[in-house]
Design a protein around this ligand. Structure first.
Ligand code: PMP
Length: 401
């Protein structure tokens, strides 16, 4: 197990919120001091633009910004010029989908699933409506998982795009994405991987996955909000049109034409998210100093411990007891999740209530909303116990009526 006492010393939020039980990392992670300090360093010591200034401070800021790209590239085993900084997973996935508006046509097919976050399926619903390409959904198995077999059932020679999540933000399942990518490539389709929930929990290797595009957000891996990553294979990014036009993305401009910079810069129009990228770099370094093996062992143990205790409680329904990551999605029977969450909130236990921006899987579960607790590196057994106490208190409270 990780030494949570030591880890919490790195997270100032615990200093300011003594009783905090934070179980909403699925929505956004807490931020370590190293990240906050690095963002502060940029604003306090540099605070200038990148790629433009012909003076020392700007060179230094540019170095930090581009070093961040190197850190991200190493983190996912990509090449430097395959890493585009964006506003987050949502922006990355939309960018890719937009670029297929001029590529797809009637007769083409797109595959997605009911397990997707809205960011992964809505951009393709839009593309499907506008191009008349057919949107197909992988049939989930009884547990709610995407399986290779079910994927084969919807894959056809007309499939041009596959947009799937690597880890579900509701069920915590890991998609067998590597095999799916192989099959998709056999029919010439590209695969876009939503790695927003994978990046905090497991190593990502875009080369061994052989995915065509992959997206994740900084704020879910201990980094700042407002920064994310789009990975794309170089030849695909080269073919892709920018979705925004402006400063810094262009080499030459004449009145009736312009020549874009090479990737990744042609996708980063305007002043980029400098502090975000620099902060993300620190977050990745912090995460790597802990290591995914230790992260996985820690969250799995807390997950096992919590599920064991939940098993003994009558009046709850856990929807993903076989989750591959530390995500527990459940309901307290007869209690609306928002009512339940308010009792958790009173006890300073932060969990998520709602449809988690994934209405399709919530409907698939036969629910209008669920409660979700995510376990991560700064959680300990005591957090799990206080979570369990809140579950019991909620049941007792609502059973009085
Ligand atoms: N995909 C998944 C699986 C997610 O969990 C999230 C965030 N909840 C997103 C996409 C969107 O990420 P962001 O809001 O950072 O753009």
């Amino acid at each position: 197990m990780l030494d949570v006492k030591v880890i919490r010393q790195n997270f100032p939020i615990y200093e300011h919120n003594k009783d905090l039980v934070y179980l909403d990392t699925g929505a956004s992670s807490l931020k370590p001091k190293a990240v906050i300090d690095q963002v502060d360093h940029y604003y306090s010591n540099l605070g200038v633009n990148v790629h433009r200034g012909v003076y020392g401070l700007s060179y230094e800021a540019t170095d930090l910004y581009e070093e961040a790209r190197t850190t991200v590239a190493k983190f996912i085993n990509a090449n430097f010029d395959e890493v585009v900084f964006t506003r987050g997973t949502t922006a990355s996935l939309n960018m890719v989908a937009q670029s297929y508006l001029s590529v797809l046509k009637e007769g083409d097919e797109i595959i997605t699933s009911e397990l997707e976050h809205h960011s992964s399926m809505l951009p393709w619903l839009n593309v499907s409506k506008k191009t008349n390409a057919k949107l197909n959904y992988v049939k989930l198995n009884d547990e709610g998982r995407i399986t290779v077999e079910a994927f084969k059932d919807v894959l056809t020679t007309n499939t041009k795009v596959v947009a799937l999540t690597y880890v579900s933000n509701v069920m915590g399942y890991i998609t067998p994405i590597e095999e799916i990518i192989k099959l998709a490539h056999e029919v010439g389709a590209v695969v876009i991987v939503d790695a927003a929930q994978a990046a905090p929990h497991m190593p990502i290797n875009v080369k061994s996955l052989d995915c065509d595009y992959l997206a994740f957000s900084g704020h879910k891996i201990l980094g700042p909000t407002g920064i994310g990553v789009l990975y794309g294979k170089k030849h695909l990014l080269d073919q892709m049109e920018p979705s925004e036009y402006g400063g810094d993305m262009v080499d030459f401009v004449v009145k009736d034409n312009a020549k874009w910079k090479d990737t990744p810069y042609k996708f980063e129009a305007g002043t980029p998210i400098i502090s975000g990228a620099i902060g993300l770099s620190s977050a990745i370094k912090y995460l790597m100093s802990i290591g995914f093996e230790a992260i996985e062992a820690h969250t799995k143990e807390l997950h096992r411990y919590t599920l064991e205790k939940l098993k003994d409680i009558k009046g709850i329904e856990v929807y993903n007891s076989k989750s591959d990551t530390g995500i527990i999605t459940f309901n307290i029977i007869g209690v609306h999740p928002h009512d339940a969450a308010s009792i958790f909130d009173k006890n300073k236990v932060c969990i998520r209530a709602g449809h988690h921006c994934a209405q399709l899987i919530t409907k698939w579960l036969g629910q209008i909303a669920t409660l979700r607790a995510t376990l991560y590196i700064y959680n300990n057994y005591e957090d799990c116990d206080r979570f369990i106490d809140s579950v019991k208190e909620t049941i007792d409270f609502f059973n009085q009526f």
